[in-house]
Design a binder for this molecule. Structure first.
Ligand SMILES: [Zn+2]
Length: 208
């Protein structure tokens, strides 16, 4: 059973906990590679701050990391804490536009460089963060396969193996629970695919 995060009070999921573990290890490795690390105070007089990583320009958070891998900083003048990158962004760019959330373009959750943060929609953020193996062309192909072949668990499993994703991910694509913005069809033909175990259509052509 995982311990509740002392910053958020929430019990992390196994997946989030792995993020935190990876972040701590990676941060230590990056810091070890910096010759003369200088901690820049997050706010004047603060004991927590960040170290600029010369090679990437990332501002490596030197302070607590939540179990999900995000840097955590106290909110000045309060006893509350908040993710550090959000504070950093708000301070230099202003509020995050309504309905958007911050995405780390550098894929380092503990980076607090506002230049590495981009306000994006939740859909885009989740998609980028999932290191997704699918893309619009593959999504169209999967949907096309379901429109051509009889739906069976075997087919779903084959596609999951073929595309290296979970059965749930394939089902979500099929029922449009994800990749909702990808149109079903394309004028361009879709080439045959040879992933192991997949039914081999002669040449799948998706009509636009
Ligand atoms: Zn960064």
């Amino acid at each position: 059973m995982l311990r509740a995060d002392r910053h958020t009070g929430r019990r992390p999921s196994e997946r989030n906990s792995r993020h935190g573990e990876r972040a701590r290890i990676e941060r230590a490795e990056l810091l070890a590679g910096i010759v003369d690390p200088v901690v820049v105070p997050f706010v004047p007089g603060s004991r927590v701050g960040y170290v600029v990583h010369p090679a990437t320009g990332c501002w490596l958070w030197i302070g607590a990391l939540a179990d999900n891998g995000y840097g955590v900083a106290g909110i000045p003048g309060t006893s509350r804490a908040r993710v550090a990158h959000l504070q950093s962004f708000v301070r230099s760019r202003g509020a995050v536009p309504a309905g958007l959330e911050l995405d780390h373009t550098c894929r380092r959750r503990y980076c607090v460089n506002p230049d590495h943060l981009e306000p994006v929609t939740r859909t885009i953020n989740v998609r980028r963060g999932a290191k997704t193996k699918l893309n619009p062309a593959k999504v169209r192909l999967i949907r096309h396969v379901f429109s051509v072949f009889q739906n069976t668990m075997e087919l779903t499993e084959s596609l999951a193996i073929g595309f290296g994703v979970s059965v749930g991910a394939i089902t979500d694509v099929r029922y449009r629970r994800n990749w909702k913005d990808v149109p079903d069809t394309t004028a361009a033909g879709v080439a045959t695919f040879d992933a192991s175990g997949l039914p081999q259509p002669e040449r799948v052509t998706v009509l636009g």
